[in-house]
Ligand binder design. Structure first.
Ligand code: IVH
Length: 681
């Protein structure tokens, strides 16, 4: 039925279109002009798609100034306006492989001759047009609305990656288009600097790049680490002529422009499909963010045949990866207590599917982060989950904040034991210092029993919590005095499982000193420090009688760990636990790790990020106990990098640069077994 015959519906749609235009303008301005987007790109795209669908179905509702007819977000008063010599067009985009391939087939049908495609990572930054006259950079402009952009020449002149003078022979006039971006490590460093200075951080690297470039004062831009990559010749006079885009990219490289090294020229849609899928899976291996792949027809004559619509060329399409950011309701902020007593705030979220998983909780790290982000229970927040990374709350959507929403305050008392929390001057973490806190206790005992420490099978966190609730476990020494009869009476425990547990506890008495030290949950003392102390002193009694200076002198220990060990052992409560462990027959000796096949001798394996089945210490202990080294950074001597979720971007980048293989958790298991670094086929 035509819309005119359903006046009610047409009226509803008209109102929705008006509302959508308003929303799109608001968010466009936040994104393009203010460099402070509130909602994820995918949500913004959905608003535009909805408006587009209404306008396509009801052409009578289209308005002259509809955002669907414009590119980007316009210009701000800070910069002079620049009219582009040729418009900077937008790109059609899709999030579906079917649509991508349908586009490719259309290209193959419509043009003369065989079609080849260049596939280019879609770097997530800020589009830039650079104008060179006789080899000199004379002007740099943002995209603006596609016709008129902002003159940011003074700022771009401070960006090292942008060539100011071209290698000769340079053409008379050259306009190069590309992306200004910020690498993930540079973004993280900038954000922690901002945070230390009490300023609000940037939401993501794109935003940080845009915010850094669009500064009134070019010295601010100069202080930020920005990259540039060229992806298109926009205009060319008095220079060579090209028949293919890929050749023009080679030439740009010769002139001194950075061009993404991962650009590939492909002859079939199967290869295009595989390229996109590969980069969708591997996007986090790069140290800069990409949000998709741009696929372009390579032959320039074919491009001319295809032409463009009013806003985008027909010869290119952007395949956008599934979003890694979504908005959802922040139901509450709670605080969890770890084994060292550290109180970590975390977000309780209305479950949302993002980055391929349902997220209902996300860490907020510490008090300063909550303050800096100013997220409040009741806010709509942006949640990010990239790859296997631990989900993170990026910030609130201020335009959706209900009136009168109260700021969240860090609790003054431990949510588990009720005792006062302590935050020391100059530290970002807050602690529950009550050693009897049941929250800490369970974490501490479970850690003692974990693989990298005393390795007691059948005594995982859930059993520890169950035994603690039943009053059977209060500290780690209780493990060796466990009332097995009482355990047998608990739910889920039978004769066999109790016997297995008893055998596992018994076996753990023989673990070497290093494992015992790891198990004691001494702050700052990890696997490496424990190994060093064990190797240097050989017996716990010698550590007990050592001075802080003697411990600090041990390589791999140092004053912070030494003071922490001394402080721990000076506490009567802890000394008592140690004596009960001795009485229970727990081994206090050993200069090395457990005797395992030394399959990793001569290998150096770096671990980064969070693994599911192991803590970092466990993984490192598993490596060192097999003769390997587990240093904290990647170098040319590194045999492999094991990356869990939330891996360090700098480590990944270094590994990629040095060609160090990157392994996942399953690979680690096989590496420990065989000592061979698995190769990927
Ligand atoms: S080509 C007419 N190639 O994506 C062709 N764009 O959503 C214009 N982008 O404005 C763009 N990497 O800022 C092209 N290899 C690439 C790109 C790329 C990132 C950005 C660019 C553009 C936006 C379109």
């Amino acid at each position: 039925m035509p819309a005119a015959e359903r006046p009610g519906e047409a009226k509803g749609l008209r109102a929705r279109a008006v509302q959508l235009r308003e929303l799109i303008r608001y968010h466009s301005e936040r994104y393009f002009v203010l460099d402070a987007p509130e909602i994820p790109d995918a949500e913004f795209d959905a608003l535009v798609a909805e408006l587009q669908a209404i306008e396509t179905g009801h052409p009578e509702l289209v308005t002259e100034d509809s955002p669907t007819r414009q590119v980007g977000g316009g210009t701000s008063a800070t910069f002079a306006e620049v009219r582009h010599r040729t418009p900077m067009m937008s790109l059609d985009k899709t999030t579906s492989y079917d649509e991508l391939l349908a586009w490719g087939r259309r290209m193959q049908r419509y043009v003369t001759g065989e079609v080849r495609f260049t596939c280019e990572p879609k770097v997530d930054g800020l589009a830039m047009s650079l104008l060179y006259e006789r080899g000199r950079l004379v002007r740099a402009a943002t995209r603006g609305d596609g016709t008129v952009g902002e003159d940011v020449t003074a700022n771009v002149l401070t960006v090292g990656a942008v060539p100011k003078a071209l290698a000769s022979p340079a053409p008379e006039v050259l306009e190069v288009r590309g992306e200004i971006y910020m690498t993930v490590p540079a973004f993280e460093a900038l954000n922690s600097r901002q945070l230390r200075a009490g300023a609000r951080g940037f939401v993501n690297p794109r935003n940080a790049a845009a915010g850094s470039l669009r500064q009134k004062d070019p010295t601010v831009t100069a202080s930020r680490e920005l990259g540039f990559c060229a992806y298109q010749v926009g205009g060319l006079e008095g220079g060579p002529s090209f028949e293919r885009h890929s050749r023009s990219l080679d030439w740009l490289r010769e002139l001194g422009f950075p061009v993404d090294p991962n650009v590939e020229l492909l002859g079939s849609l199967e290869e295009v499909d595989a390229y996109c899928k590969r980069w969708e899976a591997d996007r986090h291996r790069l140290d800069y963010e990409i949000d998709g792949v741009v696929v372009k027809v390579d032959d320039l004559a074919q491009r001319r045949e295809l032409g463009a619509t009013s806003r985008a060329p027909r010869w290119a399409i952007a395949y956008k990866f599934p979003p890694e950011e979504r908005t959802t309701l922040l139901r509450d902020i709670m605080v969890s207590i770890g084994r060292t007593g550290k109180a970590t705030p975390f977000a309780v979220l209305e479950p949302v599917v993002v980055g391929g998983a349902t997220v209902s909780m996300a860490t907020l790290h510490n008090e300063d982060q909550v303050v800096a982000k100013d997220v409040r229970p009741g806010d709509t927040v942006v949640v990010r989950r990239a790859g296997d990374v631990i989900p993170e709350v990026r910030g609130p959507v201020l335009s959706r904040r209900p009136d009168g929403l109260a700021r969240w305050g860090f609790p003054t008392n431990c949510p588990v034991c009720g005792q006062r929390l302590v935050r020391l001057e100059g530290e970002s973490d807050t602690f529950c210092v009550n050693l009897d806190c049941p929250g800490q206790r369970v974490q501490r005992i479970a850690h003692f029993a974990s693989r990298g420490a005393m390795d007691i099978e059948h005594l995982g966190e859930r059993s520890v919590a169950q035994f603690a609730r039943a009053g059977l476990l209060r500290d780690v020494a209780d493990i060796y005095e466990l009332d097995l009869e009482a355990v047998g009476a608990l739910e889920g425990w039978g004769e066999t499982s109790v016997a297995n547990l008893a055998a596992a506890i018994d076996a753990s008495r023989a673990r070497p000193l290093a494992n015992l030290l790891v198990g004691l949950s001494i702050r700052h003392l990890g696997t490496t420090g424990s190994q060093s102390l064990a190797a240097a002193f050989g017996h716990l009694d010698r550590i007990l009688s050592a001075s802080v200076e003697e411990m600090a002198a041990v390589e791999g220990v140092g004053p912070v760990i030494a003071a922490s060990v001394e402080g721990f052992l000076a506490l009567g409560r802890n000394r008592e636990v140690v004596e009960r462990l001795r009485a229970a027959g727990v081994n206090f000796e050993g200069r090395s790790g457990p005797e395992l096949p030394q399959v990793l001798a001569g290998k150096s394996i770096v671990v980064t990020g969070t693994l599911e089945g192991w803590s970092r210490e466990e993984a490192e202990a598993a490596i060192t106990s097999r003769g390997g080294k587990a240093p904290g950074s990647v170098s040319k001597r590194t045999s492999a990098l094991v990356a869990g979720s939330d891996p360090g971007a700098a480590k990944l980048a270094k590994a990629a640069e040095l060609g160090v293989p990157v392994l996942d958790e399953a690979d680690l298991a096989s590496l420990l077994e065989t000592g061979e670094v698995p190769t990927r086929g």
